[in-house]
Design a protein around this ligand. Structure first.
Ligand SMILES: NC(=O)c1ccc[n+]([C@@H]2O[C@H](COP(=O)([O-])OP(=O)(O)OC[C@H]3O[C@@H](n4cnc5c(N)ncnc54)[C@H](OP(=O)(O)O)[C@@H]3O)[C@@H](O)[C@H]2O)c1
Length: 333
């Protein structure tokens, strides 16, 4: 079968190639999927470039891609609740990527039927951003009536997060640039802040939760807009103590990280705030939750562009541009 693989850490164009490899064999608890579509995420180019090699070391050639939608064509003897022919979607575990391929073996406990009102392509755009958002807002204990700031409302995470937070009854502020303001409003955000013409720090005050998808200074500033006791959940900010332990980082690295996050540690204390860098985990029950939200028309995926399989490298380059409107997908079958 054909699979996109990384041959070594480095730039996307020279380190990715299509290889002919064996169709994977499955374990007792796995299913074999014929891949119809794969969702693209920033993690795909970051892994290729080696940005995650400290926490996720690859053996080359390494398959790539985490989001998938396809059909079960084989199942392990211990798999229950799924059958051959089922149309499914998944975010595959970090240790076993490879959705940019014609087939993939996946642990059945992270596979769910896809939303019945979406095709494979749209379904493949949802798992990673959906799971990240649900896990983030669960950590923040999101409640109806909460005021939430979602940064980068036009991004993959942001487009899902706006709709999810609205479905839970939150008041949503979001940031994006001028060209995206009108369609991001249509996702349901209550106040879309055009960062080209407005300063969100003048508008957002005393809120319950910041969902930070930008990192850097945005993580630090998040503590200036939350109320006392508010919560900041980041997908990309500094590594907190709990996350460093989850990542099994050694004592020296944990010490270095504690120095790096000194600025936010001070702010956490002064605001009695909660801060967490989320590390999204695959989860079948939450995929089922996403399926129900989509089937109830509470969440509609936004796809910017779908690339043919042969142009997957172009898809990653576009993802890296940082200007994607919603999601990018790759059509494989
Ligand atoms: N920790 C985890 O488990 C986890 C999970 C998912 C994602 N992530 C990380 O979270 C980050 C976001 O992911 P994503 O998929 O949403 O990325 P993305 O889709 O590539 O984000 C692109 C969007 O960001 C917007 N943007 C860029 N700069 C902005 C700014 N200064 N203010 C407001 N919007 C801005 C862009 O809009 P404009 O063109 O209008 O600027 C664009 O629509 C990535 O770094 C990703 O790696 C982490």
């Amino acid at each position: 079968m054909k699979a996109l693989q990384i041959k070594g850490y480095g730039d996307i164009e020279t380190n990715l190639s299509f290889n002919e490899i064996e169709i994977p064999t499955i374990g007792d608890n796995q299913v074999l999927l014929e891949v119809h579509a794969a969702g693209v995420n920033p993690i795909d180019y970051k892994i290729t470039e080696g940005a995650l090699k400290r926490i996720h070391k690859l053996t080359f050639p390494a398959s790539i891609g985490f989001d998938v939608s396809g059909v079960i064509i084989k199942k392990g003897v211990k798999v229950e609740g799924l059958k051959v022919g089922d149309e499914v979607y998944s975010r595959v575990p970090r240790e076993f990527p490879g959705t940019f391929a014609e087939f993939i073996a996946v642990n059945a406990n992270v596979v769910s039927l896809k939303p019945s009102n979406l095709d494979f392509n749209y379904s493949s755009s949802l798992p990673l951003v959906g799971l990240t958002t649900i896990q983030s807002f669960n950590k923040a204990n999101l409640k109806s009536g909460d005021k939430v700031l979602i940064h980068a409302g036009s991004g993959g995470v942001g487009t899902f997060a706006i709709q999810y937070a609205k479905s839970k009854g939150a008041y949503v502020y979001t940031t994006t640039s001028t060209k995206n303001v009108s369609w991001v409003k249509e996702l349901g955000a209550d106040r879309v802040i055009d960062y080209k013409t407005e300063n969100y720090l003048d508008i957002v005050k005393d809120i319950d939760i910041v969902y930070d998808t930008l990192g850097g200074n945005y993580t630090v500033e998040a503590f200036d807009v939350i109320k006392r006791g508010g919560k900041v959940i980041s997908t990309i900010g500094e590594v907190d103590k709990e996350t460093a332990i989850e990542l099994k980082l050694n004592g020296i690295i944990r010490f270095v990280l504690s120095i790096k996050r000194r600025k936010i540690t001070k702010k956490i204390k002064s605001k009695s705030a909660f801060y967490k860098l989320i590390l999204m985990q695959p989860d079948r029950n939450q995929l089922i939750e996403i399926k129900k939200l989509v089937e109830a028309n509470l969440i509609k995926p936004v796809i910017d562009k779908t690339f043919p399989f042969s142009e997957s490298i172009g898809a990653l380059l576009y993802q890296k541009s940082g200007r994607v409107k919603g999601k990018i997908t790759i059509k494989i079958k």
